[in-house]
Design a protein around this ligand. Structure first.
Ligand code: S3P
Length: 184
C-alpha cells in the first residue's frame, strides 16, 4: 500500500468525513475533503455555490479539482470525495487514477436518519427526503460500484469498526470486488 493514495467514495451521509479522519489517525496519512477544497477556493459554502451558480458549475469544479489532484502524483493522502463525484464517467477515470478507491456503501434508511436535520445538502432539500435519497442512491449505485476497489457496508457500524475493517483489508492486500452476477 505504500505510496498509494486512498479515495473514499459513497453517498451523502455514508461517513466519508468521519472515516477519513479515523483512517488518517490510524494510517498516519493526511486527509483532504474535495468539497472543502472547492469551498475554500470559491470562498462559499456548497449551498451557496449551488444557489449562486447551479449544480453544473459545482460539477465542473469537482472535475477540475480531481484533475489537479491526479497531477500531484501518488502520495500518502486520503481523499474524501463528494457523494456525487463518481456519477460523471470522466470523474471515475480520474478517481481510479487517484488511488485505491473505497466505497462506503450505505442504505437509504441510514442516510435518512443521519441527515434528516441537516441543512447542508442542497440535493436533499425539499419534500419527501427519503424517497429522494432512495432514488438518487439507486441511480448512482453502478457508478460507485464501477470505480470501487473495496466495498465496505457501513450500516450499523461505528466509525472505529469501519476503520478496523479497511485497515485489515489494506494489510491483506485488496482483491477486486466480486463482479456483478458472480458468486464467491
Ligand atoms: C453531493 C454530495 C455532497 C456535496 C454536494 C453534492 C451529491 O457531499 O458534494 O452537496 O451530489 O451527493 P457529501 O457526500 O460529502 O455530503
Amino acid at each position: 500500500m505504500k505510496g498509494k493514495n486512498l479515495v473514499l467514495t459513497g453517498f451523502m451521509g455514508s461517513g466519508k468525513t468521519s472515516v477519513g479522519i479515523g483512517l488518517s489517525y490510524r494510517l498516519k496519512m493526511t486527509v483532504e475533503d474535495t468539497d472543502k477544497l472547492i469551498e475554500r477556493r470559491e470562498g462559499r459554502s456548497i449551498n451557496e455555490i449551488f444557489a449562486a451558480f447551479g449544480e453544473n458549475y459545482f460539477r465542473q469544479r469537482e472535475t477540475q479539482i480531481l484533475e489537479e489532484l491526479t497531477q500531484i502524483g501518488n502520495g500518502r493522502k486520503i481523499y474524501s470525495l463528494g457523494g456525487g463525484t463518481p456519477v460523471n464517467p470522466q470523474n471515475r477515470e480520474l478517481i481510479r487514477r487517484l488511488g485505491t478507491v473505497i466505497w462506503l456503501k450505505v442504505s437509504p434508511g441510514t442516510v435518512y436518519e443521519r441527515l434528516k436535520d441537516d441543512q447542508s445538502r442542497p440535493l436533499l432539500a425539499g419534500e419527501h427526503p427519503l424517497e429522494r435519497i432512495t432514488g438518487l442512491l439507486e441511480s448512482r449505485r453502478e457508478a460507485y460500484e464501477d470505480c470501487a476497489d473495496l466495498i465496505v457496508d457501513v450500516d450499523g457500524k461505528k466509525v472505529e469498526e469501519i476503520v478496523d475493517e479497511i485497515e485489515k483489508k489494506l494489510k491483506e492486500g485488496i482483491k477486486p470486488p466480486v463482479a456483478k452476477g458472480e458468486t464467491t
